[in-house]
Write a protein that binds this ligand. Sequence first.
Ligand code: ATP
Ligand code: MG
Length: 464
Amino acid sequence: MIRKFLRKVFSRKAPASEPNAKLSLSIIPFKHHGIRRNQITPCALKTATALQQAGFSAYIVGGAVRDLLLGLTPKDFDVATNATPEQVYQLFRRSRIIGRRFRLVHVMCGAETVEVSTFRGQSPDDGNDHASVQLTDQHGRLLHDNVFGSQEEDAVRRDFTVNALFYDPAKEEILDYLNGYEDIKAKKMRIIGDPIIRFREDPVRMLRAVRLASKLDMQIETETAKPIGDLAPLLQNVPPSRLFDEMLKLLLSGHALACVVELRARGLHHGLLPMLDVILEQPLGERFITIALKNTDERIRQDKPVSPGFLFAILLWHEVLSAWDSFQAAGEKPLPALFKAMDQILAIQHKKLAIPRRFDAIIQEIWSMQPRFEARSGRKPFRLITHPRFRAAYDFMLLRCESGELNMELGEWWKSFLSADNADREKLLLNQTSPIKRKRKRSRKKSSSSLAVPPDDSAKNEDG
Ligand code: ATP
Ligand code: MG
């Protein structure tokens, strides 16, 4: 009783910038937040309920609660509990323990997977005994985060206040230790704790801030945003595979264009898209990326598929163009020069961005098919449209036309060719003989970016 009284007296709303301040818990009832338990997917509900029935506490946490409060459909549901990963694993027949830096359990029901994490303890500088188990590198980056803690500590370990709400499906209540509910209403992305420490611990949080602010139409709060420019170089210490995952999330968020613009404005693109400066400084490159990302965002919002390979082919294209130019200037023939340029750019990106090799084939096909769109006589256009990757390469070529890199007339010709029947296609064919060849050779001298290749050369590449 006395303890309860003292707690009441000394508890106060802790500003999120004071990591060790005593937190006060707000419990938000259904009549305020309006989230019903039937808005939770069956698998997440089943997982949380089973844990609670086994005597553990279990809550829906993170992005799902945030998205529901904002009227958005959550991408996935996460559960947080005081059960250890082993205890969770014991409880669910279809489950597995995953992760090293952050151990958690995947519980599977049908096609759905729910991520269950055990409440995490506080950061290394919190003065607690368990701090020694958490290791950071010389830049303050957390290498392990497997110290378990209380629910309150778990809230503090999360990244932004809007991501630190706990929803109890049994009581239909939201538990809020950090004013996340108010920040959601005010549309503010506020980091929990000292922004410098938290971004040092995990520089990817800076990218998350940008991505989530764009996706949720929120502002990054001033104190949170302040150190981002200075700390941006820390992204270089993040393992490339993690950067790649985050980059993919960003590009497939449906807000890729806004994110890329914001990343550049905050100086965060060097670690992620080092080529962005170069590309965006050339008017053609900027137009190409802008049109392409706008296109991608629309497709995603319409639930149409987007291939990551296609996206990377876009992002790297102007790098390939300039390498292609250099190889030709050094005396290589157009096609071998293109292939050398492709190899060079992919090799650089494998190191920096860890683009998995499984995407290489489609990226290379899209690029290497580009010269073949220039051949509009004989059987070549007929052969080209039967290529399994024709559609992707064609969409890519149209983007190049739209951006002004290629003459729009080429795109229009291909549109007509595709919509015509076979007899009309024959009529559309150009009588491409030597005069055109000559003209192309001249234009190639001027700029190899015109992608001109003599029809003979392109034939070598027909089935590649
Ligand atoms: P979305 O799934 O919409 O991309 P999210 O916030 O749900 O956004 P997840 O990667 O699913 O992102 O993470 C789930 C939760 O885990 C987050 O809401 C946050 O509470 C916590 N979290 C994720 N990444 C970090 C991080 N780098 N540092 C601290 N907490 C994190
Ligand atoms: Mg999520």
